[in-house]
Design a binder for this molecule. Structure first.
Ligand code: MEV
Length: 312
C-alpha cells in the first residue's frame, strides 16, 4: 500500500539558547549532514515504532521517546486517524539528547509522514503546533526554536515563535562536537529560571546580553566577520556557564577548541552535556580543531560550512 514519508534535520543553535525562552532572539542552523527520514505505513496491529532507539509498540516506548510519542498521538487526532494499524519508522544518525534537536526532528518527520500517508501536507503552522505538543512534554516551556529550525532548510533568525531568513555571507567552518554526555535541557531550563529567581538583576543582565549577542551576530553573518562572531560565541559561552548550563566536559572542549586555534567556541542547545560548537577560519583549521576535540574527549565531531547553502 501507500507509504507516507517525512524529512527533517538536526539543528545547531549558533547563538541565543536559553535567552530565547525569555523572549530574546536566537539564530540556528539546520545541519544537512544529519538528516532524519520518517515513514508511515498501514499495517494491522497496534501502533508501532521502529527506530534506532527502540522498536515496538508506541505505548511501551521508553522515556526518551515521550516527546515524539505525544506529538505522534496529537498528529493522529489532528488527522482523524486511529491509534492502531500504522507502523512508523525513522532513520537517522542524529544523536539523541545532545542538544541537536533530535526530539523535534523525530516528531516533525513523523508528523509529516502521517499526513503524507493520507495524502495531506502539513502547513508550517500545523507542523509547529504538533511538534510543540511533544516539546512541551520534553521540557515544559519550549520556545519553539527546535520545532521551527528542524523544519527549515536555511539558517534562521527566531524570535517569539516566528522565523525569518538571514543574509549569510560568512565563509567559515563550524565544528560540532558531542561531549558524549546526555544533555539535560529540562534541568538546564529550570536551573536558569532558578538563577533568575536568586539573582534577578544579574539574571536579567545576562539574558539581555545574550540577546544583544544574537542581534550583533546578524551583521557578522551578513558582512563575513568570522573573528567578531568567534569572540561573541566565546563570550556567550561564559555567560551561559554563569547561568549554570555548562558542564566540565563542555568547558574542557571549549578550552581545547580555543587552544587549537578556533576563532570562538561555545556550548549549543540545552547544555549540561550535549554538544558544543567551534568556529574555524578555514577547512584546514577545522580539521585541526576537530582532531583536538576528539583528543580532549569528544565522542564525535561533524564539520559544517556556514556557506553550505550558497551556490558555488
Ligand atoms: C533547546 O534546544 C534550546 C533552549 O533554548 C530551550 C528552548 O528554546 O526551548 C535551551
Amino acid at each position: 500500500g501507500r507509504v507516507g514519508t517525512g524529512h527533517t534535520r538536526a539543528k545547531a543553535i549558533l547563538v541565543g539558547e536559553h535567552a530565547v525562552v525569555y523572549g530574546e532572539p536566537a539564530i540556528a542552523l539546520p545541519l544537512a549532514s544529519l538528516p532524519m527520514r520518517a515513514t508511515a505505513r498501514r499495517e494491522d496491529g497496534p501502533l508501532t515504532l521502529e527506530s534506532v532507539l527502540y522498536s515496538g509498540t508506541l505505548a511501551d516506548a521508553p522515556e526518551v521517546l515521550a516527546a515524539p510519542r505525544a506529538a505522534i498521538e496529537a498528529t493522529l487526532d489532528h488527522l482523524g486517524l486511529p491509534h492502531h494499524g500504522i507502523t512508523l519508522s525513522t532513520e537517522s544518525t542524529i544523536p539523541a539528547a545532545r542538544g541537536l534537536g533530535s526530539s523535534a526532528a523525530t516528531a516533525g518527520a513523523l508528523a509529516h509522514a502521517l499526513a503524507d500517508l493520507v495524502g495531506r501536507t502539513l502547513t508550517p503552522q500545523e507542523h509547529f503546533d504538533l511538534v510543540q505538543v511533544g516539546e512541551r512534554v520534553a521540557h515544559g516551556n519550549p520556545s519553539g526554536l527546535d520545532a521551527r529550525t528542524t523544519a527549515s532548510t536555511e539558517p534562521v533568525w527566531f524570535q517569539a515563535g516566528e522565523i525569518r531568513s538571514l543574509d549569510l555571507a560568512l565563509r567559515a567552518h563550524l565544528v560540532v562536537a558531542d561531549t558524549g554526555v546526555h544533555g539535560r535541557t529540562r534541568v538546564a531550563v529550570a536551573d536558569v529560571r532558578s538563577f533568575r529567581d536568586r539573582h534577578p538583576a544579574r539574571g536579567a543582565e545576562l539574558v539581555a546580553a545574550l540577546g544583544q549577542i544574537t542581534r550583533d551576530t546578524v551583521d557578522d553573518l551578513a558582512l563575513d566577520r568570522p573573528q567578531d562572531l568567534g569572540a561573541r560565541m566565546t563570550r556567550a559561552h561564559g555567560m551561559l556557564a554563569e547561568l549554570g548550563v555548562s558542564s566540565p566536559e563542555l568547558d574542557r572542549l571549549v578550552g581545547a577548541a580555543l587552544a587549537a586555534g578556533a576563532l570562538g567556541a561555545k556550548l549549543t542547545g540545552g547544555g549540561q552535556g550535549g554538544c558544543m560548537l567551534a568556529l574555524a577560519a578555514d577547512a584546514t583549521s577545522a580539521g585541526t580543531i576537530a582532531a583536538a576535540l576528539r583528543r580532549a574527549g569528544a565522542a564525535r565531531t561533524w564539520l559544517h560550512r556556514t556557506d553550505a547553502r550558497r551556490p558555488a
